[in-house]
Design a binder for this molecule. Structure first.
Ligand code: BGC
Length: 819
């Protein structure tokens, strides 16, 4: 087996790094972030020379997580972990002070005023800035905007819009006084049941990478940083802290790293968060092949890498592997670093490199620059952006006989389903934002001047009140700690109520709710992936009653992830998937229902017919390693979650999502890229600038609005590539675009530039990205299956786009890497 030895002794840069920021003094209140810089001179190399080993250790290890917790939750934390900070020491005093900079954030790095080293505040995302909305002894509130979850954003297929969302989110990061937001999340939606899928964009790596780049560029345009997470192959919550994921080099490079590669190259995130899991035998945070060879040497990343909170088990291995910062960190870990340097286990110049990377990001942060945050981000403007992003990401799944938009005669509405009244804006766990409000569907309807049936509203209000009061506390400690809203289980609907409502209302809306989040995966069971009996009978009963009166019934899916739809989707007249659309939820949904906005979202993940149809189903979430028991000692001493040694084999290889369903002819309920509109589009004039590809291809296509209402169309370009040397999926997305709002009869020409890397597959034998010679079919579609136009081009000779290192192989020698 070929092996590569790593250069894991990077030196300090030979030149001195001086940061001169020349603007100063002028009225902070009316100047831009860039202008609000103090004159600072900071020589990273000479500061490192002056720092003691202990000070360096305190910088690379975070300052811990000392959350103000209610006693009920404290009691759930194992005793050994219920540590309080010793506030009498100099270190304890410093930590107490810096934690007040922005209460409620996930992590804070140490400050050293004598060197000019400022603290970095790391706050969660990705649906918005996660901070405490209220502060002890302080007046006012500090709510952040709950933007639509990443899955909604990806469903817009609109990178400009995502960049706007990023700009707005970044302004909150800046104005509330954080330095880095722990976002976006770029893991692939490998399996429909991953509890954190909502934090991620898509089952496709190109969509993931492009959305993430737009988001990073938007956020970082404010002069604040991002941390792309969870690097890498973190595709499940079950045993997330210890699961060993085994996959081929090709699946790793082509599917699971691809989105990160695009994001690093196109948007230079300031930091990367390594993931909890192992990949091919090593914790990602201890893997120099991942963090040095691939991330830095091949992709050119120049920020710092932090662990996920409590990730990995060996701090020395982490620092050596290029995982520069350990979060959330503990005094024991600081001690461990000092001892490792003293006994020669960790060379000091490796620690210096970790410190240097942290400081080179620090000099860009608002706190270092002396930015005086206002605590007054433009929440009103951000609410408007949220509303628009959510409407543009909603997917009209069914619309029989143009049931939507509402006819002008629709005035009185009967809203069924507890979630109509208790709409879910975002997922649970660290991705849950503390927003000031969530507009429910009912509120959205009322604001748009529709009348709600008050009798039905009372029935649901009473039911929700009673059910909430009797709801058991969350079993999952993470949910208890981090919060988030679980949907109210559906009530048994009485047929007489459905009939009564049908006689007096103009239309029925039926909301089905599902939430999910950190710490748990979802289940292929009724009430989760499948509808339960109460939900099914609600849809059937309400639709039947309204149809009997010649009226319509519309289902709204307020869901965190994919559910089964095939068995019931033909019952109602229309189905709208809103996902978890952020705090403007009800307004956004009503914008689409009423026709104020024409839906233009398309699925960035497939809805399979049954869960078992997914290629990953038989290997999700893996199994415990033979001979190992459940009570294995926790390796890190930090985590309160079980660390049962588990293994998951990605047997499906590159055949994830539509790559699988299409190649193996598995019928699905809704395919990747699918979504309806209130208008229709015509595709014409597909042109390729050449039929012989050398290194670039220009594609243009005309899109015309052939219907009656203004609308936008998402255009997708797929390729079917030759497979003489490497097998290929039936089709693969290589580019996408979205028209502007086209009036009826208006047209737009969309242009796409395809580079060789966009066509390349990963050739394991030669560790290279290869464009095979042969015939390529271009398919332009309104979805992965609804192909409108095709054309062909040829590649005369094989093209090696890039040679890379042979690393992270499934059978690599872990011991050799640890040396
Ligand atoms: C999550 C991360 C999050 C971190 C800090 C971890 O449990 O996996 O996504 O950023 O906590 O809250």
């Amino acid at each position: 087996m070929e092996k590569k030895l790593f250069n894991i002794k990077p030196k300090l840069r030979p030149y001195k790094i001086f940061i001169f920021v020349l603007l100063s003094g002028i009225a902070f209140s009316c100047s831009t972030p860039e202008e609000q810089n103090e004159k600072k001179e900071f020589d990273i190399s000479s500061v490192i020379e002056k720092m003691s080993v202990e000070e360096k250790a305190r910088l690379v290890v975070g300052t811990g997580m000392y959350l103000p917790l209610p006693d009920s939750i404290k009691a759930m934390i194992p005793e050994g972990l219920r540590k309080e900070l010793d506030t009498t020491t100099a270190y304890g005093k410093m930590v107490t002070k810096i934690r007040q900079y922005l209460p409620g954030t996930a992590g804070v790095t140490a400050e050293f005023p004598k060197y000019g080293i400022t603290s970095q505040t790391l706050a969660d995302g990705p649906a918005g800035l996660r901070i405490s909305p209220v502060r002890e002894g302080k007046e006012g509130t500090f709510y952040a905007t709950a933007f639509p979850i990443a899955t909604v954003l990806a469903s817009t297929w609109d990178t400009d819009l995502i960049e706007n969302v990023g700009q707005a989110m970044g302004e909150e990061v800046l104005e509330y006084g954080a330095d880095i937001i722990l976002a976006p999340g770029l893991n692939l939606q490998r399996d429909p049941l991953n509890g954190r899928n909502f934090e991620y964009y898509s089952e496709d790596p190109l969509v993931t990478g492009k959305m993430a780049s737009a988001m990073i560029n938007g956020i970082q345009s404010n002069g604040v940083g991002t941390s792309i997470k969870h690097f890498a192959v973190n595709n499940q919550e079950t045993n997330r802290l210890s699961v060993n994921t085994i996959l081929s080099e090709r699946a790793l490079r082509e599917m699971y790293l691809k989105g990160f590669e695009i994001a690093v190259k196109e948007s230079q995130p300031w930091t990367v968060m390594s993931s909890y899991n192992k990949v091919n035998g090593l914790y990602t945070s201890e893997d120099p092949e991942l963090l040095i060879t691939i991330l830095r040497d091949e992709w050119g990343f120049d920020g710092y890498v932090m662990t996920d909170w409590g990730g990995g088990s060996d701090i020395v291995a982490q620092l050596k592997a290029g995982n520069d910062m350990i979060q959330p960190g503990s005094p024991e870990q600081i001690q461990a670093v000092v001892e490792a340097v003293e006994n020669g286990e960790l060379e000091e110049n490796i620690l210096d490199t970790n410190v240097e990377r942290i400081l080179s990001v620090m000099v860009k942060t608002p706190r270092f620059r002396g930015y005086e945050n206002s605590n007054k981000p433009d929440l009103e403007a951000h609410a408007a952006i949220t509303r628009q992003a959510a409407t543009d990401g909603m997917i009209l799944l069914e619309n029989k006989d143009n049931a939507l938009p509402f006819e002008s005669s629709v005035k009185n509405i009967a809203a069924f389903g507890a979630n109509s009244y208790d709409f879910i804006s975002g997922g649970t766990g660290s991705g849950d934002v503390n927003e000031a409000y969530t507009i429910s569907l009912i509120e959205g309807l009322q604001k748009a001047d529709y009348e709600i049936d008050e009798e039905l509203k009372d029935i649901y209000d009473n039911y929700i009140k009673k059910t909430r009061a009797n709801q058991p506390p969350p079993e999952n400690l993470l949910t208890a700690l981090l919060g988030g809203k679980q949907p109210i289980p559906e009530m048994e609907l009485d047929e007489s109520i459905a009939k009564e409502m049908a006689s007096k209302s103009d239309i029925a809306l039926i909301t089905v709710g599902r939430n999910a989040g950190e710490g748990d995966d979802r289940k292929a069971e009724a009430g989760d992936f499948y509808l339960n009996d109460k939900e099914k009978s609600m849809i059937e009963m309400v639709t039947k009653a309204f149809h009997a009166e010649g009226k319509k019934a519309v289902v709204i899916l307020n869901i965190a992830g994919v559910i089964e739809t095939a068995s019931w989707k033909n019952i109602p007249d229309a189905v709208l998937c809103s996902w978890l659309p952020g705090q403007e939820a009800g307004n956004s949904v009503v914008d689409v229902l009423s026709g104020k906005v024409n839906p233009s979202g398309k699925l960035a993940i497939t809805f399979p017919t049954t869960y078992e149809d997914a290629s990953t189903a038989k290997n999700f979430p893996g199994s415990s390693v033979k001979g190992e028991t459940d009570d294995k000692e926790d390796e890190s001493g930090f985590s309160f979650m079980k660390r049962v040694p588990w293994e998951v084999i990605y047997e499906e290889d590159i055949y994830v999502g539509y790559r699988y369903y299409q190649t193996f002819d598995v019928p699905v309920s809704y395919e990747f890229g699918y979504g309806k509109s209130y208008t229709s589009f015509e595709y014409s004039n597909l042109t390729l600038n050449t039929d012989s590809f050398i290194d670039q291809l220009e594609i243009t296509v005309d899109i015309k609005n052939a219907g009656q209402l203004a609308g936008k169309e998402v255009v997708q370009i797929y390729v079917k590539a030759p497979s003489d040397q490497l097998e290929k999926p039936e089709s693969q997305l290589i580019a996408f675009g979205k028209t502007s709002l086209l009036k009826p009869n208006a047209s737009e020409k969309l242009s796409f530039t395809i580079a060789a890397k966009d066509l390349a597959s990963f050739d394991e034998t030669n560790s290279r990205w290869l464009v095979e010679s042969g015939e390529y079919t271009i398919r332009i579609g309104a979805s992965s299956q609804d192909i409108k136009l095709t054309d062909k081009f040829f590649v005369k000779e094989d093209i090696t786009v890039e040679n890379v290192n042979k690393v992270m192989t499934p059978n690599r020698d872990i011991e050799l890497l640890r040396q």
